[in-house]
Design a protein. Structure first.
Lengths: 162, 685
């Protein structure tokens, strides 16, 4: 990843349950408004369902549920952030997307043991920017662990059904 | 090779010939600059050799003759017997030009029009040149010519269903025991037919009076590949060329001998000059080889178009409702209708481009059946019908394995030993019939044998013995349901286990394969009379006709292939058998379940005066799904839910509706399993 060598990293900054988060812009495909989502039976609660993104079927994750944060209402600011990581493309529902900014890598520190209820394992670090704290999400962990959970669920369901 | 095969392969042959010619052209020109480039010579030789082989197998004798002579010259160049000179390059290039002229004439549907004698003579003159006349004569001597008596022998053999082949055997250059190798070749071939002629003569072969090539005229019932393999099994053989001998007078008939043995000469004889091309009169279309992925992409794009077509119609209808009859709206309607027609045509054309004749799968079966039958000591007539039936390549890829399983079963368990058959008053020879045909929007493939058939009671007993079902539930099964037990994993219908089949794996895999491609499989069997498996497959996997329904405010799609019928059921006609909801439809007990419940939704069945019930069938099993509302039939494009979500029980994928929303496609098989298990579990408790 370019972030390792570049002196600064470009982040898409979004809000989730009152905290400010950031993800590497390279993984963000686009940001769209909230739309009608088709629920899929027998999926974990954090999988809201799927949407049609110009002919592609994209799964949508509710990040509140994903991180066991208190539920939030859908507002005018609610956005779906479509992220792409390897073979996986998903949309993440976030409370709002505020800006894109450049953060010097030097101002990134390892995550403190506990932040707003999110497991540190999902975090890459914390960036300081103009006295604000930006929590950097480790997308790979977030998505991969979801996938693993999917797999477990699938196996469990298979046993149950058969 | 049959007529059909020929025309099917002609386009490919022409494409490849053009490639080889192009290569020859370039390489020969290059050779003039770098006459010592051995690698280049090899390239040229290979191109000529490939062209020779394919021309011969297509029956284009002039192409084959000319390339053969080129090969001889090239070989001499390779071995240093001749040196590259301007003269030789000229002749080679002239040969390439002549080849191209012949090829173009074939492509134009005119057969091999053009004279090769002049170039052939020039090539021969080069070979006969002072460089190495003796060695080259020996090679030339290996050419096969048949006199009248020999030709008559071949004709007589053809009437009896034999085919005549020219077998050209080239020993490795350093072969130490040439006569011994030749003897072994003769000996191996003797078991498969008869050598009519040998060039050089057998005495010369024995005395090792030959270069490293000899040619045989051979009659056999076997195909060319088998013969080539038999010859190749002898060591120190460098190359074997087996091609059908086409006698000049009855060329077209002989070319058909493969499909209609015993009927040579029925077709009108072609010209004596042997220019009759297999393509006959009709013009050959130019073909382009296209990456399969491109076709897939095109199909996806058309899929998008299909969706938009539907949307356009919906928008038009919406506007009409709002604005009434406007002139502009009428135009819009016209345009959208037209787009609809074009989209349908486009879809059909692309589908056709992805279609292959099912013979691509079938053509390997005769050999397999023959081998299996021999191994099992059975005598079997194997009949294939409908080879030309076309279906989507995605379906073709999936259908081979299930068919192999079914054929193996038919041979191993279906057809009885010859003595047993005679004892039962049946003909010694069992018949296995493989048939493919179109029926409405489906492909039907049947595998039928006139063997022992299956006994439903025996199958039940076996399933009980294996602990697959309880005796109680076995007793409740109808005959058809009992037959369906063979699709359970771990149940074999045969008492004995052979290395071919009978280990209890197979039928469940067969059904899985077929259902994976939205197909169905049915059994009809009569003990003592035989068994017939009927497989029904969709024409394509990419676009599917579906029945759309509403449940819990969402749209779901049933693949229409699985929908048997739609009925209305009043709540009071629903009965409970062991806590399973059932309804009696025309005397048949049909398990009922609310689709929402089958999908694991928590919503209860909404109250209604009548329920719409979609009866879904898979093999012989039927289940009724109660839905909130029927929406209608629609063509949908199947899309995967992607890696992240993966496989969800009950859901086969998603599709995009006319309004841009997403509907889920139901996986009928897993839904029905769920219902069955649920019922069984409840029955057991």
């Amino acid at each position: 990843m370019a972030t390792e060598t570049a002196p600064e990293i470009q982040l898409v900054v979004f809000q989730l349950a009152g905290e400010t988060y950031g993800v590497d812009i390279n993984h963000v495909q686009e940001i769209i408004r909230m739309q009608s989502i088709t629920a899929i039976p027998r999926t974990p609660a954090f999988v809201e369902g799927v949407i049609n993104l110009r002919g592609r079927i994209i799964p949508i994750l509710d990040m509140h549920k994903r991180f066991h944060l208190p539920a939030a209402e859908t507002t005018n600011n609610t956005r779906i952030m479509v992220v792409e990581l390897g073979q996986v493309t998903v949309g993440m529902i976030v409370d709002s997307v505020s800006e894109v900014l450049r953060l010097p890598t030097t101002s990134i520190e390892p995550p403190p043991p506990m932040i707003s209820g999110i497991d540190v394992a999902y975090l890459k670090g914390v960036g300081k920017w103009n006295d604000r704290l930006i929590i950097l999400l480790d997308l790979e962990r977030v998505l991969r662990e979801s996938e693993q959970r999917e797999l477990q669920r699938e196996v469990a369901a298979g046993v149950e059904i058969r | 090779m049959s007529d059909l095969d020929m025309s099917q392969y002609l386009g490919i042959f022409l494409d490849e010939a053009e490639e080889q010619l192009q290569q020859l052209d370039e390489a020969v020109v290059q050779l003039e600059q770098t006459p010592d480039d051995q690698e280049l010579l090899n390239t040229i030789f290979r191109a000529a050799h490939t062209l020779k082989g394919s021309s011969a197998s297509m029956g284009f004798n002039r192409l084959a003759t000319l390339t053969h002579r080129m090969e001889s010259v090239l070989d001499s160049l390779r071995q240093g017997k001749l040196a590259v000179s301007r003269e030789i390059i000229d002749i080679l290039l002239a040969s390439v030009d002549t080849l191209r002229a012949l090829k173009d004439s074939i492509a134009a549907g005119k057969g091999e029009e053009g004279d090769v004698n002049e170039v052939v003579a020039r090539l021969e003159a080069v070979l006969a040149g002072p460089a190495a006349p003796v060695a080259n004569k020996a090679v030339a001597n290996a050419e096969l010519t048949l006199d009248d008596i020999e030709q008559n022998v071949i004709r007589a053999a053809e009437v009896k269903g034999f085919r005549a082949y020219e077998i050209r055997v080239q020993l490795e250059a350093g072969c130490q025991m040439k006569s011994a190798r030749a003897y072994l070749v003769f000996n191996n071939l003797k078991e498969l037919g008869e050598v009519i002629k040998s060039v050089p003569h057998t005495q010369d072969l024995e005395a090792e009076k030959f270069d490293d090539t000899f040619t045989l005229a051979f009659v056999s019932r076997e195909d060319a590949d088998t013969l080539a393999n038999v010859v190749k099994s002898v060591s120190e053989i460098k190359d074997v060329l087996v091609r059908p001998i086409v006698l000049e007078e009855d060329q077209p008939a002989a070319a058909r001998a493969g499909t209609a043995p015993g009927k040579p000469g029925v077709e009108a004889a072609g010209g004596k000059n042997g220019t009759t091309a297999p393509a006959g009169e009709h013009h050959v279309n130019q073909t382009v080889r296209v990456d399969v992925q491109r076709l897939e992409n095109l199909m996806n794009l058309v899929g998008e178009l299909v969706i938009d077509r539907t949307r356009l119609t919906e928008v038009g209808n919406g506007l009409k409702n709002r604005l009434g009859n406007e002139e502009l709206l009428e135009t819009l309607e016209e345009v959208s209708l037209h787009i609809g027609r074009i989209t349908s045509d486009l879809q059909e054309e692309i589908m056709k481009a992805r279609m292959f004749p099912i013979d691509q799968v079938f053509n390997r079966f005769p050999r397999m059946v023959r081998d299996l039958a021999r191994k099992a000591g059975k005598e079997i007539d194997f009949i294939i019908e409908g080879r030309e039936t076309e279906l989507d390549r995605t379906v073709i890829e999936e259908i081979g394995d299930p068919l192999i399983h079914l054929l193996r079963n038919a041979i191993d368990h279906g057809i009885e030993e010859p003595e047993v058959r005679l004892h039962q008053g049946k003909p010694r020879h069992g018949t296995v019939r493989l048939k493919a045909f179109h029926q409405e929007n489906q492909i039907v493939i049947t595998v039928e044998d006139d063997g022992a058939g299956m006994d439903a009671e025996k199958i039940k007993a076996k399933a009980i013995a294996r602990g697959l079902i309880s005796p109680e539930s076995a007793a409740r099964l109808s005959r058809r349901e009992a037959l369906d037990l063979i699709f359970l994993p771990g149940l074999s219908t045969s008492d004995k286990v052979t290395d071919v089949s009978g280990r209890g794996v197979g039928m469940d895999i067969v059904r899985n394969h077929i259902e994976k491609i939205n197909g169905t499989i049915d059994i009809r069997t009569t003990p003592g009379k035989g068994t017939c498996f009927t497989i029904k497959l969709p024409l394509t996997l990419a676009i599917n006709r579906s029945l759309l329904v509403h449940v819990d405010g969402r749209v779901y799609a049933f693949p229409l292939a699985n929908v048997v019928e739609i009925i209305d059921v009043t709540p009071d006609s629903i009965q409970h058998v062991h806590r399973q909801q059932v309804v009696v439809v025309r005397g048949r007990v049909l398990p009922l379940i609310y689709l929402g419940q089958a999908l694991g939704l928590r919503t209860p069945i909404p109250a209604a005066d009548t329920y719409a019930v979609v009866i879904v069938g898979l093999a012989e099993k039927q289940v009724g799904f109660i839905v909130d509302d029927l929406i209608g039939e629609q063509e949908i494009v199947i899309k995967s839910l992607g890696n992240f979500i993966g496989k969800i029980p009950g859901i086969a994928g998603a599709t995009i509706m006319g309004d841009g929303s997403v509907a889920l496609i139901l996986d009928v098989r897993s839904l029905m399993n769920f219902v069955g298990e649920e019922a069984d579990r409840e029955l057991a408790s």
